[in-house]
Design a protein around this ligand. Structure first.
Ligand SMILES: [Zn+2]
Length: 115
């Protein structure tokens, strides 16, 4: 239940933002979700709906900006971008599997919409 803990943090942050700005309702939350973050975007909205139902963030739309996985190769130094989870990750330049993940493992709140 990785998503549940994360979405609880997202909800807390959204409620704090609304409070700081005198918002009456949270309408939309935009999240950037790294491909390698372990968060499955399709579960995010349903988790959020459950935990937010007694708050002013009820019915807020969760918008997700996917963040692809970017690797650099330890052998040739080339960069490879994956937009989907794969069974394995190989350098598109030399075929090496000695890759280092440099982007796409994070999760962040981009914006919170309030009215
Ligand atoms: Zn390579």
């Amino acid at each position: 239940m990785h998503e549940l803990g994360i979405m609880t943090d997202v909800l807390d942050t959204a409620l704090r933002v609304a409070e700081e700005h005198g918002g009456k309702k949270v309408t939309k939350i935009t999240l950037k979700v790294g491909l390698m973050s372990g968060v499955i975007p399709t579960y995010v909205q349903s988790f959020f709906d459950v935990i937010s139902k007694d708050t002013i963030a009820k019915d807020a739309e969760i918008a997700i900006e996917p963040d692809p996985a970017v690797f650099t190769c330890r052998k040739c130094g080339g960069k490879t971008v994956y937009n989907e989870l794969g069974p394995e990750y190989v350098c598109e330049h030399c075929g090496s599997q000695a890759l280092r993940l440099i982007s796409g493992y994070g999760f962040q709140i981009i914006s919170v919409g309030i009215i």
